[in-house]
Design a protein around this ligand. Structure first.
Ligand code: SAH
Length: 373
């Protein structure tokens, strides 16, 4: 192969294991993998020429065959509450959204895993956009890279490397990552797992499993695989106490009903709830899933599971037919679960003045699913 004429390989999304394979394929020592991963993800360097502990010959070779390429930021919006939303341009008219949510003791980055979503949950605006494709591992980790860059979190700046910043995690602004943006992460399994390897990797972002959360509508077979390959924290989008209601609002339920999903969750957390967290998400839809009976039913349904319940007030968007439950109704629902012994949190709506709240991320999707045609 004439490497000079070939398309350059984007190394941004390579985890250490794949980076080692890449270096041995080009006839170099595997230890280079860790060096390059560190430069890219700890120091934020996207130019091989700046990797000063790599020999000059190798830097030239890398520049000829590879690149470190991130999507272009086409918009950055800051909400009154400090939430920041970035719109990033991908190929042929597609774009995705990433959101940073600052809180008192942590900063959460909400990232996307697909361009659009194929699941068609009735209350979600991403669903209305249709589906185009999976994101590559580069495009997934790029969201963390870009947010770190924008928030000035990398250790290399014009004055050089600040080692203290690298070593001291208290300086971190992004402390948590949640895959709760556009898309269903477990339908893009391999790329999501590779990107998460980089999030957990000490030579890259060094986050703990507790602080990286996959949110899923419940792709049951993928949960079994996930436990074996990358058992991070999990949030399931349950949203209903029985199949009758869930079938209507989360169509995936017809394929993987509640009972199967909960058995898979039980297996996922078997013997280990310390290192990773388990959250049940429940969107509050007026007159659909928010009665006192529904709350009691939910309390019984989850009694074997070591979970925290997150009640999400429904965020309306132009094409939606649903209405958010009234505050008193949400409070009553919460109270019933609380009295049944659950830890229940009502999720604060963040960044709603810039449409950055749950289910409001739309990006731009060139729909290819037949569903909308
Ligand atoms: N596909 C994944 C992750 C994306 S959505 C999943 O289903 O979990 C992240 C969370 O926001 C999910 O719990 C989703 O159901 C919820 N959500 C989607 N649209 C919403 C809306 N309009 N208002 C409130 N929450 C919403």
């Amino acid at each position: 192969m004439n490497l000079l004429n070939a398309k350059k390989i984007n190394l941004l999304g390579y985890d250490v294991a794949n980076m080692k394979i890449f270096f041995s394929e080009i006839g170099e020592k595997p230890f280079r993998a860790v060096q390059v991963v560190k430069w890219i993800h700890q120091y934020g360097v996207d130019d091989f020429a700046k990797m000063t502990n790599v020999s000059k010959t190798l830097r030239t070779k890398l520049t000829a065959i590879a690149e470190i390429k991130t999507p272009e930021i086409i918009m950055e919006q800051k909400a009154r509450d400090g939430t920041i939303k970035w719109l990033m341009r991908l190929d042929g008219g597609n774009s995705i959204e990433t959101v940073f949510i600052p809180e008192n003791n942590r900063g959460t980055l909400c990232i996307s895993s697909q361009v659009g979503c194929a699941l068609d949950c009735g209350f979600c605006s991403t669903a209305k956009q249709g589906f185009n494709r999976n994101l590559t591992s580069s495009e997934i980790i790029a969201q963390l890279w870009i947010a770190n860059q924008a928030l000035n979190q990398f250790a290399v700046n014009d004055e050089g490397i600040s080692l203290q910043k690298v070593q001291d995690s208290r300086h971190r602004v992004i402390t948590n990552v949640v895959l709760m943006g556009m898309g269903e992460p477990l339908l893009n399994f391999d790329n999501v797992v590779e990107a998460i390897h980089l999030m957990l990797e000490d030579h890259a972002y060094g986050l703990s499993k507790r602080r990286v959360t996959i949110s899923t509508a419940g792709v049951v077979p993928a949960l079994k695989r996930l436990r074996e390959e990358c058992d991070v924290s999990l949030a399931i989008s349950l949203h209903a106490p029985n199949d009758q209601i869930r079938d209507q609002i989360v169509p995936l339920n017809k394929k993987y009903p509640i009972k199967e999903l909960l058995v898979a969750c039980q297996f996922y957390f078997k013997g280990d709830t310390k290192k990773k967290q388990f959250t049940v998400e429940y969107v509050m839809l007026s007159g659909i899933n928010d009665s006192e009976k529904n709350a009691r039913e939910l309390a019984v349904l989850l009694k074997e599971l070591p979970c925290k319940i997150n009640l999400i007030p429904f965020n309306p968007f132009p094409e939606s037919d649903f209405v958010c439950s009234k505050t008193q109704v949400i409070d009553r629902f919460k109270d019933i679960l609380y009295k049944a012994g659950y830890v229940v949190v009502v999720r604060k709506t963040r960044g709603d003045d810039i449409d950055a709240a749950c289910g409001q991320l739309a990006g731009k999707v060139k729909d290819r699913s037949r569903r909308l045609n």
